[in-house]
Design a protein around this ligand. Structure first.
Ligand code: EPS
Length: 389
């Protein structure tokens, strides 16, 4: 199963085409829209989010509410496009209006602007920034919502929350069910379980905004219900934790990934890192702890998957950093028109989508993924085989 996306940040629309989704899955626009709305929320977003009201249209692969097994096409219109039709028009420019509007010659440090310009030979850096913009994560969330719909049918639940923003670290969330974690974090403007940390995070965002600066943070994704043995140890490119790490790293502004105890493992002896194995009639094999975050040898253990990603502060700053104009080669420090001071809460929804996609794709590829019914059966059998093994 795979997907591709197309579309520029201020172009007419964003598009995703999903290939390989099983037939027989109930899929509605409402389902996907709920996740699109979650991505748009979050304390610290800029004015663009007041313009956009992201709604998906399914334009292929679904009939009478069910997937057909053919490619599923999703589109989301950019409401801001109406303000950008001259600047981002698809048609060639007329002779008399050959001057390009809103041309960008001043690359922002930390963005793809300069290097993307060098790579594709664009002297107008808008040609780079329009596609490298995190606006694209809209349709990644749409594809992730489709993946989550499939996972739900297989008894697999995905959740996400924010652990840290701008140096404010939340206490480890003390929840008994994923439902409880979800209910609390959906109410939080920063998607944080810890109410004390939530307030401090919002203050840190206010402060960053006042200073014309931006702040990053850490998000965590948790998945329950995966069968054991998904992925493989036999080849580097079949290790499922590696695919998830790549998916997290591919989210705009993400700079690091860890599973379970993560980088803390560098400081702890092996006897306090590895998860001891136990067996019982009802549960089969299980672990007393889950410090490895649900993976051994690139394969799911059947324990919850726990993965975290770190997002750097957004590089579009009101407080300008020094750069060089690519036309004049003169140094400059320029201010910008609008930006988000923090997008970590939104990024946690994107990370959730990225992980959900990799898991759904791995299941479809490993088991018989043509029809929903056979996939449901195969996953059930894998869980049972693992229990009795
Ligand atoms: C982004 C810059 C801002 C963000 C945008 C990502 O957009 P604009 O340049 O239009 O002000 O709001 O994020 C979204 C539009 C979105 O949907 O998340 C960037 O440069 O990456």
């Amino acid at each position: 199963m795979r997907y591709l996306t197309a579309g520029e940040s201020h172009g007419p629309q964003l598009t995703a085409i999903i290939e390989g989704l099983p037939s027989g899955l109930t899929l509605t626009e409402e389902n996907i829209n709920a996740d699109l709305a979650r991505r748009q929320k979050g304390y610290g977003r800029g004015r663009r989010m007041q313009i956009e009201k992201d709604r998906v249209q399914i334009t292929g692969g679904v009939r009478h509410g069910y997937t057909l097994g053919s490619p599923v096409a999703l589109i989301v219109e950019n409401k801001d496009w109406t303000h950008w039709t001259n600047i981002m028009g698809i048609e060639p420019l007329e002779e008399e209006q050959s001057e390009i509007k809103r041309k960008v010659t001043r690359p922002r440090p930390g963005h793809a602007d300069l290097i993307g310009g060098i790579k594709y030979g664009h002297r107008d850096l808008r040609n780079v920034l329009e596609r490298s913009s995190a606006r694209e994560t809209t349709v990644r969330v749409a594809a992730g919502a489709v993946a989550k719909t499939l996972l739900k049918e297989l008894g697999i639940e995905v959740a996400s929350h924010v652990l840290e923003i701008g140096g404010v670290r939340a206490n480890t969330p003390n929840y008994s069910t994923l439902k409880e974690l979800k209910e609390r974090t959906e109410q939080s403007p920063v998607r944080c379980f810890d109410e004390t940390a939530e307030k401090a995070m919002m203050e840190a965002i206010d402060q960053a905004k006042e200073n014309g600066d931006s702040i990053g943070g850490i998000v965590e994704v948790i998945v329950e219900g995966m069968p054991p043995g998904v992925g493989s140890y036999v080849h580097y490119d079949r290790k499922l934790d590696a695919k998830i790490a790549a998916a997290i790293m591919s989210i705009n502004a993400f700079k690091g990934v860890e599973f379970g105890l993560g980088f803390e493992m560098a400081r702890i002896p092996g006897s306090r890192v590895h998860d001891e194995i136990v067996w019982s009639e009802e549960e089969g094999y299980s672990r007393k702890t889950n410090r490895l975050g649900g993976f051994e040898g690139g394969m799911t253990t059947g324990m919850p998957i726990i993965v975290r990603g770190v997002m750097k502060p957004i590089p579009t700053l009101y407080k300008p950093l020094q750069s060089v104009d690519i036309d004049t080669k003169e140094p400059f420090t320029a201010s910008i028109e609008r930006s988000d001071s923090c997008a970590v809460p939104a990024a946690s929804v994107v990370a959730e989508a990225a992980v959900a996609w990799e898991l759904a794709a791995a299941l479809v590829d490993q088991f018989n993924g043509d029809r929903l019914g056979t996939l449901v059966q195969a996953v059930k059998e894998q869980k049972e085989y693992g229990r009795l093994f």
